[in-house]
Design a protein around this ligand. Sequence first.
Ligand code: SF4
Ligand code: SF4
Length: 115
Amino acid sequence: MPWIDEERCTGCGICVQDCPVNAINMRDDRKAEIEMNECIRCGRCHSICPQNAVRHDSELIPKEIKENIKWVKGLMEYHKTAKEKKEFIGRIKKHFNKEKTVAEKTLVEIKALED
Ligand code: SF4
Ligand code: SF4
C-alpha cells in the first residue's frame, strides 16, 4: 500500500491530479494523503511524485513491528502470574502465526492468478 512521507511532500498536487480514482486528497496543511480504501494500487503516484514522497509499504515494516510489540506489552500488563503470562504469550503467538498463515496461503492463491 503506498503512503506519503509528509516530510518530503511539498504539496505540489501532481499526484492528486494524476490518480485515476481520486484516492489522493490534499489536506489543509498542503500535504497529500492517500485514502487507502479508494486506492487501486496502480502505482502511478509512485512514478510521478517529483519528491519521491510516495513510499512503499515495506518501509513500514519496522514501525509495524514496534507497534505490535507495544500492543503485546500493553496486554501483558493484565497478566500477573508467570503462568498467566506464559499462557498469554502462547495465545499471542497463535494470533501472529494465524496472520502469517493467512498471508502465506493468500500469496499461494495470488500466484495461481498469475499462471
Ligand atoms: S506529487 Fe509528491 S510532493 Fe506532490 S503532492 Fe503528491 S506526494 Fe506531495
Ligand atoms: S497507487 Fe494509484 S490509485 Fe493508489 S493512490 Fe496512487 S495513483 Fe491513486
